[in-house]
Design a protein around this ligand. Structure first.
Ligand code: FES
Length: 100
């Protein structure tokens, strides 16, 4: 199970391969923003992948559509649409900063 370090809360959690970043963070009680309920429509679940981007699958069509509309750089992913791969990750989750 890959480790996921989240810099805003200085925490390392484990998320099973294949589970989304959003669901994995919620399972650990992190107050991750997700206004649209995980439907790739709002962008509040935005994550910046600092390390491990190559281990993640490409954006699915729904994520790709919103990413293009938001002009997102490649290292920004939607937590609700991005499953964890097999490698450790280091993430920044901007919505966690806004809740401090
Ligand atoms: S929760 Fe709305 S885009 Fe991910």
């Amino acid at each position: 199970m890959p480790s996921v370090r989240i810099i805003e809360v200085d925490l390392v959690i484990e998320i099973p391969e294949g589970k989304t970043l959003l669901q994995g963070a919620l399972d650990h009680g992190l107050p991750f923003g997700f206004v649209c309920g995980g439907n790739a429509a709002c962008g509040t679940c935005l994550v910046r992948v600092i390390e491990g981007l190559d281990s993640l699958p490409p954006r699915n069509p729904m994520e790709d559509f919103l990413a293009k509309a938001m002009l997102l750089e490649a290292e920004f992913r939607l937590g609700c649409q991005t499953p964890v791969g097999s490698a450790p990750l280091v993430l920044s989750i901007p919505s966690l900063s806004r809740q401090k």
